[in-house]
Design a protein around this ligand. Structure first.
Ligand code: DGL
Length: 272
């Protein structure tokens, strides 16, 4: 195992969507070594119960820990919503999720105190974004909508066009009438649909990308704990998946805008 600052940051997600978070972290922290685990055998998490998502999340974090990571990032908003407290209670390393950074980003962006949240059904049902926003500022008004079809659309590579725009209008229509000035993209996949979402919501609504906000938080934590990697390194992220890597590599290319060099399937039963 590498020591100190050179140890990698571990990131997990239910599958491929967390690559939007990888992209944001690489932009913000180009010297960091990254290890990513995508639970492609058990995706999606966004429609599953809290107990199931938490069980998977514990296993995923344990896998990252075995790789000697210095920090765990829960790229999946659903896991962040349902499981972060359990993970923090169980594992003795810094754990960054998407909800707190996303909520903070939205609070600093809003001018009228009316914030929208879009995410998977399980994230919305958990109320995690609403709770955290209200705990930071109890006067804030929050309006939520789940957009379950966005995930498969993005994975199919359908990022624009009439069908996508019609679906976006149907999901976002109710939020438009709420006069929000800020919208949290509370799911790994949604940043890929920024163009369509912006077209539907109008340019005056600020879109908050939880992954980008999380990258800022990660940088701050690494700096304050002296564990940021200042040595220039050009290592490529290492990707692990729990099912066949082909589809992950193919779709992942679109997410990251470049080839994924190291993608490996973990042995079956690695969690046991
Ligand atoms: N990664 C999930 C999230 O951010 C979306 C995909 C899924 O449902 O697993 O909530």
């Amino acid at each position: 195992l590498k020591s100190g600052a050179k140890r990698p940051i571990g990131i997990f997600d239910s599958g491929i969507g967390g690559l939007t978070v990888v992209k944001a972290i690489r932009r913000m922290l180009p010297n960091e070594n990254l290890i990513y685990f995508g639970d492609t055998a058990r995706v999606p998490y966004g429609t599953k119960s809290a107990s199931t998502v938490t069980r998977f999340s514990i296993e995923n974090t344990a896998f990252l820990l075995k790789q000697g990571v210095k920090m765990a990032v829960i790229a999946c908003n659903t896991s962040s919503s349902l499981s972060i407290d359990t993970l923090r209670g169980r594992f003795g390393l810094p754990i960054v999720g998407m909800i707190e950074p996303g909520a903070r980003g939205a609070l600093s962006a809003t001018r009228n105190g009316r914030i929208g949240v879009i995410a998977t059904p399980s994230t919305i049902k958990s109320g995690a974004y609403v709770k955290y926003l209200k705990c930071l500022d109890k006067n804030i008004k929050v309006f939520s909508a789940s957009c379950p079809l966005f995930v498969p659309l993005v994975e199919e590579g359908w990022l624009d066009g009439k069908i996508v725009s019609d679906i976006a209008k149907r999901y976002l229509g109710p939020l438009r009438s709420k006069k929000i000035d800020t919208l949290i993209l509370g799911c790994t996949h949604y940043p890929m649909l920024k163009g369509v979402i912006r077209a539907v919501m109008g340019r005056s609504v600020v879109l908050v990308d939880s992954g980008e906000e999380a990258a800022v938080t990660i940088k701050r934590i690494l700096e304050s704990s002296g564990s940021i990697n200042n040595e220039r390194s050009k290592t490529e992220p290492k990707f692990y998946v729990s099912d066949d890597p082909e589809k992950f590599s193919e779709v992942g290319r679109r997410f990251l805008g470049g080839r994924l060099k190291h993608v490996k399937r973990i042995r079956d039963g690695v969690y046991a």
